[in-house]
Design a protein around this ligand. Structure first.
Ligand code: ARG
Length: 251
């Protein structure tokens, strides 16, 4: 993530995964809190099989990646439900996963540092400036995660622009209607590796809506290569139904 600024979106989750060699939990992906015990992230963050739930740790209220922050809280995952039709290729699709936070204590406590983000309504976000955030690489090729949470403002592009051949059209991965492209075409600002699953949050009145989840890109912050996000609005039904089937309701 390039430019840094302050945002009042505070639904961030850092997803850590146990490194089996080092036996330490390492930064893996981002996510967003949508209810006391529910987090949304990208399905591709959980595609290593077999998925061991005890190897996943969810950190909320975090700011500095390697330090214990005052409002930081850690949780285990009770369940991870990747979208049943998630595909890595042919084409890359349905890159969304619902995570149930384990019952230890009361689930995620909301306070001035942790609050859920709203699911989006069906309004098209094209043309809006939204915030992408995470601890991912600060530039393509830098092999280290950002020490503090970074956020950048990016405009949502309309799909026709994104599908132009000089942008992301006619390539290996098609841009589906269930994706959002966001970024400046002159380059320089984007999500990058390690930001996956994190929120693309759009202001909607006095609230923030979770318009997208960081999914993929062609390099990072390159000219004419906007970032590609899972369009959460295409999955609201799936999220609500899956949550309800697990006994969770989202207000
Ligand atoms: N798949 C990447 C990850 O694992 C996210 C890539 C997003 N890239 C981009 N240029 N927007 O973290």
């Amino acid at each position: 993530m390039k430019s840094l600024s302050q945002w009042s979106v505070i639904a961030w989750v850092e997803i850590q995964m146990l490194d089996p060699d080092k036996l330490t939990f390492e930064h893996h992906c981002g996510g967003a809190v949508i209810a006391e015990r529910l987090v949304l992230s990208a399905a591709h963050c959980f595609d290593k099989q077999p998925l061991q739930l005890e190897h996943i740790r969810l950190v909320v209220g975090e700011h500095r990646l390697k330090m214990q922050d005052k409002h930081e809280n850690r949780f285990l995952a009770e369940k991870v439900v990747p979208h049943p039709d998630f595909r890595k290729s042919g084409p890359h699709s349905n890159d969304i996963a619902l995570i149930v936070v384990s019952r230890s204590g009361h689930g995620v406590q909301f306070n001035s540092h942790v609050r859920p983000i709203c699911l989006p309504d069906a309004t098209d976000s094209a043309g809006r400036w939204c915030a992408v955030s995470g601890w991912g690489f600060q530039a393509e090729g830098t092999e280290s995660f950002a020490p503090v949470l970074r956020a950048a403002s990016v405009p949502v592009l309309d799909l026709a622009t994104c599908r132009k051949s000089q942008v992301l059209g006619g390539r290996q991965q098609p841009i589906l209607d269930s994706m959002i492209c966001a970024g400046v075409l002159s380059g320089g600002v984007d999500a990058c590796r390690g930001d996956s699953g994190g929120p693309l949050a759009c202001p909607a009145g006095a609230r923030w809506q979770l318009a997208g989840l960081v999914s993929w890109g062609a390099g990072c912050a390159r000219r004419q290569r906007p970032g590609v996000y899972t369009r959460v609005a295409s999955y609201v039904r799936w999220v609500l139904d899956t949550a309800a089937s697990l006994g969770h309701n989202i207000d």
